[in-house]
Design a protein around this ligand. Sequence first.
Ligand code: XUL
Ligand code: MN
Length: 347
Amino acid sequence: MADANKGYRFTFGPWNLSAGADMFGPAVRKEIPFSRMIKLYKRLGFDGVQFHDDDVVPADWGAAETQRGVRRVKRMLDNEGLFCELVAPRLWEHPKTIDGAFTSNSASDRRYAIERSKRTIDIGRALGTKNLVLWLAREGTYIREAKDPVAAVGAIVDAINALLEYDPDVRILLEAKPNEPMDSSYLPTAAHMIGIAYRTADPSRVGVLIESAHAILAGLDPSEEMAYAIWHDKLWSVHLNDQNGLKFDEDKAFGSVDLRRAFNQVWVLERAGYGQNGECVGFDVKPMRTTKQADITKHLSNSRQFFLDLVDVVRSLDGERIEKLRRSRDYAELERYILGALMGRER
Ligand code: XUL
Ligand code: MN
């Protein structure tokens, strides 16, 4: 049977089906309970789930209750034939993370962040994944003078080391974002994160997850960010989406703003054999606030479909022709060829 996913494995987290609340207004749709949401995955052509720790069990549950709750979610995944790709501690909502997590000026708050991350590793292991994602949401400042920016880098490395030591099998995927919620974030790009990965106790277990919109918010091209991480063997997951310029983090459907930029991401991933070592194609996309309840999954099915359509475009390209155009430096003709392919025209 032909593989409908063309050799890729697709994932998303429950927050992708949000009820539409934003900074300026409350929810406009009903929350979908996880027991119902999980039934949508396979139907939409998805293979696995990404979780924040408190998507699985509330953060304030004790050890025994947590274990039971996690086992319940694992059974639900197994029953649906789904796997857990990764877990991420939600280090930006609790009162103890107001001033950041690993870089907080309070030692007891820093300890809380590390303990919560360790607990998240345990949740992940019980769900069958070694992948811990750290989006360093509040590691940064609203005013530069608030923290010591040199010490902050060291504090993040120390925290990563503590987690690497806690579980000798855990793999840490750092997710960079240059701003929001902070005015300015520490380690704002994937390259910053790869830089510190080499300074941790075990660089072979520290990589990155690259989100398209976060690269764009840093003024970078996501396909080049991905290529850079691939060269380092450190692109271990992606959050594909799109972003219309330098605004808030929009989490638009993949390819919905700039089709050529989306094509370039698929081109880089496909040509590098991304996915062949188990990496997944994750999406981090939001339904529009105007989306009706009945259409709540369309941004996800569209993102997956646009990705697969772009895989077809990439696979249809004539590699020899591209090499020839590169050799003769005829980039105008190369551009015509690529844009023609994107418009479904043979040229
Ligand atoms: C925030 C964001 C997060 C991470 C996971 O912008 O992308 O959802 O992907 O914590
Ligand atoms: Mn993300």
